[in-house]
Design a protein around this ligand. Structure first.
Ligand code: GLN
Length: 477
């Protein structure tokens, strides 16, 4: 073996250079990660499965490296959230109902990662069908935060965040419907990007809320986030909501960007005081870097959470109807077809999933549709207009990513509303479809342990380049 490399700090950029300079091979690198997983995963539970062919994939990467191929992710070990389809591999979305399901095709992002030379390590733990903020809703146990194992890693992409933060994967993919990349990124001290809706194909991502879902990367640096984003984004014939380059013309980067802060959201958002101090320090840092900070008001943004928790379950109830015990995975036999459905869903779905299917069915039912669903759609429109208009005044928006640091395992699991409140700062970007990034903003001491926090930047549709620019400056990359 070659001299030790620090898996906790290794970036795509460094790894690619070292692979090309033959400081280590892709097989060496994959072996380091497999060892790290072996020693740490039993405690952390980031991975649900480590693929059996990791070293074979790495060997192929090494052959390409020796032939002088230059691909952005050649030999880079990547972890995948359990709701992404990889042909021939199992995928369960953290649910018992998909027991034994094997993906019949590759998700578009998987094809793109393969073409870029990535090595897939395995699939990571998540809240069932991506519903949750703590990975406590997984059918396969909670994922612990590598920085404090008494605490959650966040959710729903908790396994992917913990894999990167715990040095068990160089980078990872997750999905974000209301914050599921950004929140666990913030809790684990890594960078999490939610791209523009339609900027990354959803083909082969198991649907949660189809008008909100988007696949995004977990990385240690903003530069790595940009590298992964450049690989996975783009129009796809398999997803009609993806858009062509040029659909939203990109504004150039200004010398002095204006950062809008909706301070009024913090009071009602339940922002904890230590987290608020951390946020204010981040604002100061941005000012010192030469950015202009402008306080803004978005009168309806506070209703985002209510809008999300109507629209999302409505879409969930429709999307999850397909898991009926006939088409995929688990089948529990009853005396009639209806009993098959009832028994399979009863045994296969967890509590939170059932709760959301019920809420979703309720808000879509006749008599309640106009009172809830239609109203939420109207408010979605209003919030979108407000945010899109404010971008005439400011270049990016800034908020904390979460109201506080990672909480203790079990602390909120009996109280669904307390968990829903975690999403107060992240859901607006999904409702509007704009890109957002969570960037580590330092640590605060809680119970004798240092725990990370994150800040979130949002930009207009298709303006990820602004997020990368300001994110790199903030992080000093
Ligand atoms: N925490 C949010 C929820 O429970 C977000 C989930 C997600 O983004 N997939 O719905």
């Amino acid at each position: 073996m070659h001299r030790m490399i620090d898996l906790n700090s290794l970036t795509i950029k460094e790894a690619r250079e070292k692979l090309d300079n033959k400081e280590f091979s892709a097989v060496d690198l994959a072996t380091y990660y497999l060892k790290a997983i072996k020693s740490k995963n039993e405690n952390i539970n980031a991975f649900l499965e480590v693929y059996g062919d990791v070293l074979e994939q790495a060997k192929i990467a090494d052959e390409k490296i020796s032939q002088g191929e230059k691909l952005p992710l050649l030999g880079i070990p990547v972890a995948l959230k359990d709701n992404l389809l990889v042909k021939g591999k199992r995928a369960t979305s953290g649910s018992k109902i998909l027991e034994g399901f094997v993906a019949p095709y590759d998700a578009t992002v998987i094809t793109k990662l393969k073409d870029a030379g990535a090595v897939f390590l395995g699939r990571t733990n998540m809240d069932e069908f991506a519903m949750g903020s703590s990975t406590e809703n997984s059918a396969f146990g909670v994922t612990k935060n590598p920085l404090d194992q008494e605490r959650v890693a966040g959710g729903s992409s908790g396994g992917s965040a913990a894999a990167v933060a715990g040095g068990m994967a160089l980078v990872a993919l997750g999905s974000d419907t209301g914050g599921s990349v950004r929140e666990p990124a913030s809790f684990c001290g890594v960078v999490g990007l939610k791209p523009t809706y339609g900027g990354v194909s959803r083909h082969g991502l198991m649907a949660m809320g189809s008008s909100l879902d988007v696949i995004g990367p977990f990385t240690k640096t903003v530069s790595d986030s940009e590298i992964l984003f450049n690989v996975i984004h783009g129009e796809d014939v398999m997803d009609s909501t993806t858009f062509k380059d040029g659909t939203y013309p990109r504004k150039p980067i200004k010398e002095k960007m204006v950062v809008g802060v909706p301070y009024h959201l913090f009071k009602n958002g339940g922002l904890e005081s230590e987290a608020e101090n951390n946020f204010r320090e981040s604002v100061k840092k941005l000012e010192n870097l030469g950015y202009e900070i402008q306080e803004i008001t978005l009168p309806n943004i506070e209703k985002s959470l209510a809008v999300y928790y109507i629209l999302m379950p409505a879409e969930v109830s429709s999307n999850l109807a397909r898991f009926d015990g006939v088409r995929y995975g688990l089948h529990v036999e009853g005396k009639t077809l209806l009993e098959d459905y009832l028994k399979t869903k009863g045994a296969g779905f967890g509590k939170e999933t059932k709760r959301r299917i019920l809420i979703g069915t309720y808000v879509l039912s006749s008599g309640y549709h106009d009172a809830y669903y239609t109203k939420a759609l109207l408010l979605r429109q209003k919030i979108s207009e407000e945010i899109n208009t404010i971008f005439n005044e400011v270049d990016v928006l800034l908020t904390p990513t979460t109201p506080g640091t990672a909480f203790k395992i079990g602390e909120k699991s009996g109280d669904p509303l307390a968990l829903y409140v975690q999403d107060v700062f992240t859901v607006p970007a999904n409702i509007v479809g704009i890109p957002a990034i969570s960037i580590p903003s330092g640590e605060i001491e809680v119970g004798g342990k240092k725990l990370p926090l994150g800040i979130q930047f949002m930009a207009p549709h298709n303006h990820e380049h602004l997020l990368f620019e300001i994110g790199k400056k903030f992080k000093g990359e």
